[in-house]
Design a protein. Structure first.
Lengths: 667, 349
């Protein structure tokens, strides 16, 4: 029984240590929190995640802590230097079981570091301590003040925690990247679904209409981007519809098929037949439904006058007739000062002002309502011989726009003098110095001009635009009408990262070795260890049976069959085997645990720790029972194979010839 | 006197040999995995180069100050410096201030400073008068910028006298950067009590990681040796049980206890040696088979390499375990009295 116990003990320790080796990734993730690292990074060491993801996660109320790995050695001991943001790490990182600071020193100082209790023991230092550090991948040096030590009960106890920027310098990580992001959420599964879903997951974004104002029956294009941020390909249906005062009406349903982590833009042409304000709606269903909206305005056909409202006496001037969208209106009939003109293909007419006063200008064209305006003909001698620019009116064309859409402003300017010049038009946004836009507007003598400008990239929110004494406001809305923060999160970061619990992070990726290879190798070692344990048990049982062969021979002689022998031997072998296995199992678990705590096994600067989870315990227990039962059965078979006569007489099938003994004796 | 053919019972010996071979194969395969990992790590670390070393003198509070004379003979390969923390006013923050003397142009890019001013890199302080407070206070001018990839950009570069005044360690240094040091020079520095760190940390990190894996994997010797010992124990135990009568005769006619012990142990040695050789052969085959199979199945190649030194260790461990396992039954047999041995019914009685 002692040998069985020893064999199972050895097997238990071997299996537990192999399990610790296989799950050694925890060493880098530190504790059972979720960690995000870049998908496709050849090593977890070289993982680089966009640090903007931290803010994106926090915007949806997920606590996140960025971390950067650096690698160093001192006094012959290698260790991981983990750069953290201490204020964030305090919420997301592991709890400190013990922590102690040197007097009057703060971990928040630029050069401060905190050392884990395990590493402190390995290096044989006490705090405070000035520790020289070197670069990870390029020639660099740094000195940090170790101001305190901590104990978490995790593998972080073998590490040095420094300021994020220190680790960034040592590892050469770009300023916009971090190694991993530690995440804490009440619902980890939802985080996984957002960032690293197994199945195909779709979202839509960037809904655009080709025109925000159009006329009845005029074609316009609706574009919307679709992204599958899941790990598998799939298809989804994007619904396009519009909403107006009468209700909601479908426009089209588009089926989109996409490969994993890919995107496309769908485009459809529509026309609307009634004037009014419309809301174009795009939506996608599924587990993560998203609805996007944008506004358009449908107008009746109109004709606009582009030309001066005031001209000088005897001046020849041009006017242009255009549609609402700026297209020229050709063959329009124009009446001015009792004369009739016809617009050319460019919508242009040349007029002459030969009488002082205010005159009617009328235009008519097929399909358009008539146009009537007044043009004032003035004597230049009655105006100042200067350049006198004046802003008469200003407005923004839209009260609200979508994020990334331009804001269009219209300014009515006039020159009250008879000298032309260039006016520097100043447009302030929110009265911010950095949001001052300057435009040069050329004005002729006594000219009235309508000037249009656009402002790009306004942030989401309400903005006030000021010109001279006029101001107007615009609301910039996010593209994502529903769950805007989440949609932005998945569009920007979904699928680009890997979110994992520590156990599934492949440790030996460090050597660019596939995880499968290592698992195969470790499994092989474990399997052979089990076979060896069984072999030793069978060997000892066989020896016992061999010594009892006489009794077995007698039993066979008096009629015991093979089955009877098996029945006789098996329970005894099984009893001893299981009893020995129980003792071996318990002692083995204890020994393995103690071995892992003593720091005998090291793995990339961390003590190898055995995760005593249910699966591992079940595996070891089942293996121990299987080994014991199989060994007992094998022993019974050995007993059955002993021949009855051979057993009684102890006649061996192979013996030295008596002559050989005689020869030896003679010598 | 020639070897007594006590163990001519082929089937039992063969079975035991195969068992021992299995154990040795297990050892060799485990060593091969560790070696394969080591080879991969070596390749990885070979892609990094470190020609420079950070040299410091450890003490109970960290990097200590040392005299230039302590690095005598190596001056031409060293750039020596001082780094210390100080409070900077009017900004009222702690900063690191450093100076470095590089008369032999050891540093990859020369870095120098003027006499009266302190230079910053990316701290963002406005230039102008500052006060640095270390052990003593100094009124200085923050006079410009420096650029270096070697030192952190939040360190202030000062003249050497400044750091000596701030630390009150005139003429002493607390770090040195060594360029292109040979192993003998590194050893010399270590013998003089210095810590020498390669300035590309990943090299030492990976190398020590490989050593750790190799060390961890060497523990597989324990279960394998145990099983080998049990097999040898069972084998010799069963054999002496069978041959007790004959051994009793040998004792009666004058064979000494030592001779009986040597008979039994030499046979355990033979069985273990044969099993060990078989195991090594199968272990090497298995290593290459797994390596080839894994490479064809998985995307990356995982080399399992059998190393000569480790093979010898595996073989010696097999022999030692076999002999140790056989020791107990052999010793029992040796110590039993010939009379009790002869009472046992012999095969031909």
């Amino acid at each position: 029984m002692a040998v069985v116990a020893l064999a199972i003990l050895v097997f238990t320790v071997t299996a537990a240590v192999l399990s610790g080796l296989q799950g050694g990734a925890k060493a880098f993730t530190g504790d059972p929190a979720l960690v995000i690292y870049s998908r496709g990074a050849p090593t977890i060491f070289s993982s680089q995640v966009d640090s903007g993801l931290v803010a994106a996660l926090e915007s949806v109320e997920i606590l996140a802590s960025p971390e950067i790995f650096a690698f160093c050695s001192y006094g012959g001991e290698s260790f991981v230097v983990r750069g953290v943001n201490h204020s964030k790490f305090g919420f997301v990182g592991p709890n400190y079981l013990e922590v102690e600071y040197a007097d009057n020193l703060s971990k928040y100082d630029r050069n401060s570091a905190m050392i884990g209790s395990g590493l402190m023991n390995r290096l044989g230092i006490e705090v405070p301590f000035t520790l020289p550090l070197v670069g990870s991948y390029s020639t660099r040096m740094d000195f940090v003040s170790v101001v305190g030590w901590f104990k978490t009960g995790t593998t972080m106890d073998d590490e040095l925690l420094v300021n994020l920027d220190r680790a960034r310098f040592l590892s050469g990580t770009p300023s916009s990247m971090v190694s991993i992001i530690r995440v804490k959420s009440d619902n980890p599964e939802s985080v996984r679904q957002y960032l690293s879903p197994e199945d195909a997951r779709f979202t839509i974004y960037n809904l655009h209409c080709s025109k925000s104002s159009l006329t009845v029956g005029e074609n316009f294009t609706v574009e919307v981007s679709v992204r599958n941020w899941g790990r598998t390909s799939g298809s989804t249906q994007v619904s396009l519809s519009f909403r107006n005062a009468s209700g909601s009406f479908p426009l089209d349903n588009v089926t989109v098929s996409l490969n994993a982590t890919s995107a496309t833009t769908i485009s459809r042409h529509f026309a609307l037949n009634e004037t009014g304000d419309y809301t174009i709606v795009a939506s996608v269903g599924g587990g993560f439904s998203v609805t996007l909206e944008t506004e358009i305005e449908v107008l009746s056909w109109t004709m606009d006058y582009v030309g001066p409202s005031r001209v000088m006496l005897d001046e020849e001037f041009n006017v242009t007739l255009v549609r609402y969208d700026g297209a020229p209106v050709a063959n329009a009939t124009v009446t001015f000062m009792n004369q009739t003109y016809v617009s050319n293909a460019d919508g242009r007419i040349t007029l002459v002002s030969n009488t002082l006063g205010t005159h009617n200008f009328s235009a008519a064209a097929e399909g358009f309502p008539g146009l009537f305006i007044f043009i004032e003909v003035v004597d230049p001698a009655s105006f100042l011989n200067e350049f006198v620019p004046v802003v008469n009116w200003f407005w923004l064309t839209s009260n609200s726009v979508k994020e990334s859409d331009p804001v269009v402003g219209v300014v009515k300017l006039a020159n009250e003098g008879t000298l032309g010049g260039t006016y520097e038009l100043a447009v302030y946004v929110d009265i911010q110095p950095r949001q001052l836009f300057l435009y040069d507007v050329v004005l002729g003598p006594l000219e009235n001009k309508q000037f249009t400008f656009t402002i790009e990239d306004l942030s989401v929110g309400t903005h006030y635009v000021h010109i001279e004494m006029f101001s107007d406001q615009v609301i910039v809305e996010p593209w994502y009408a529903s769950n805007p923060d989440y949609v932005e999160l998945v569009v920007r970061y979904g699928g680009a990262t890997q979110l994992s619990d520590p156990g599934s992070v492949p440790i030996y990726q460090a050597a660019k070795i596939s995880q499968g290879n290592v698992e195969l190798a470790l499994f092989s070692i474990g399997a052979i260890a089990a076979v060896l344990a069984g072999l030793s048990i069978v060997a000892v049982f066989s020896k016992e049976i061999h010594e009892s062969r006489k009794r077995l021979g007698i039993l066979k002689t008096i009629g015991a069959g093979r089955l009877d022998i098996v029945r006789l031997i098996s329970p005894q072998a099984l009893g001893k085997g299981l009893a020995g296995a129980s003792v071996g199992l318990l002692v083995g678990l204890f020994v393995a645990d103690q071995l892992s705590r003593t720091g005998v096994f090291m793995l990339f600067g961390h003590e190898l720790r055995i995760d005593w989870n249910e699966e591992l315990l079940l595996l070891i227990l089942v293996s121990a029972v299987v080994i014991s039962v199989a060994s007992a059965l094998a022993s019974a078979i050995v007993a059955v194979r002993e021949t009855a006569i051979g057993s009684i007489r102890s006649v061996q099938t192979e013996q030295p010839r008596p002559s050989e003994i005689e020869e030896v004796l003679a010598e | 006197m020639r070897q007594l053919p006590l163990f001519k019972f082929g089937s039992r010996a063969k079975t035991t040999s195969w068992g021992i071979a299995l154990c040795t194969m297990f050892i060799v395969a485990s060593f091969s995995i560790a070696n394969g990992l080591g080879t991969s790590m070596d390749k990885l670390s070979a892609s990094f180069e470190s020609d420079y070393y950070l040299i410091s003198k450890p003490s109970s509070i960290g990097a200590d100050y040392f005299e230039p004379g302590e690095v005598a003979g190596l001056e031409e390969k060293l750039a020596m410096g001082v780094v210390t923390s100080a409070r900077i006013f009017p900004f009222d923050e702690m900063v690191m201030v450093f100076s470095i003397a590089d008369p032999y142009q050891v540093l990859p890019v020369p870095i120098g400073q003027s006499v009266d001013t302190v230079l910053e890199s990316k701290l963002g302080y406005p230039l102008g008068p500052i006060e640095l407070v270390g052990v003593t206070s100094l009124n200085l001018t923050l006079g410009g910028l420096y650029s270096s990839s070697l030192f952190p950009s939040d360190w202030l570069l000062a003249q050497q006298n400044v750091t000596w005044v701030l630390t009150d360690q005139n003429g002493r240094y607390n770090f040195a950067i060594g360029g292109f040091l040979g192993s003998s020079e590194v050893n010399l520095l270590e013998e003089r009590g210095f810590t020498v760190q390669a300035m590309v940390g990943i090299i030492d990190f990976l190398e020590s990681g490989v050593d750790e894996i190799r060390s961890d994997m060497s523990w597989v010797l324990l279960p394998s040796a145990f099983v080998i010992a049990v097999l040898a124990y069972s084998f010799v135990g069963a054999e002496v049980s069978d041959r007790r009568h004959e051994i009793g005769i040998l004792k009666t006619i004058g064979a000494g206890r030592l001779r009986i012990l040597s008979y039994l142990l030499s046979d355990a040695f033979l069985i273990s040696a044969w099993g060990g050789l078989l195991g090594i052969a199968f272990g090497i085959l298995l290593s290459y088979a797994v390596s080839t199979a894994a490479s064809s199945v998985f995307t990356s190649v995982f080399i399992m390499r059998a190393d000569e030194a480790l093979i010898i260790v595996a073989f010696l461990a097999t022999l030692a375990a076999g002999i140790l396992g056989a020791l107990l039954p052999a010793f029992r047999m040796t110590m039993s009295s010939p009379v009790s041995d002869l009472k046992e019914v012999g095969p031909s009685s």
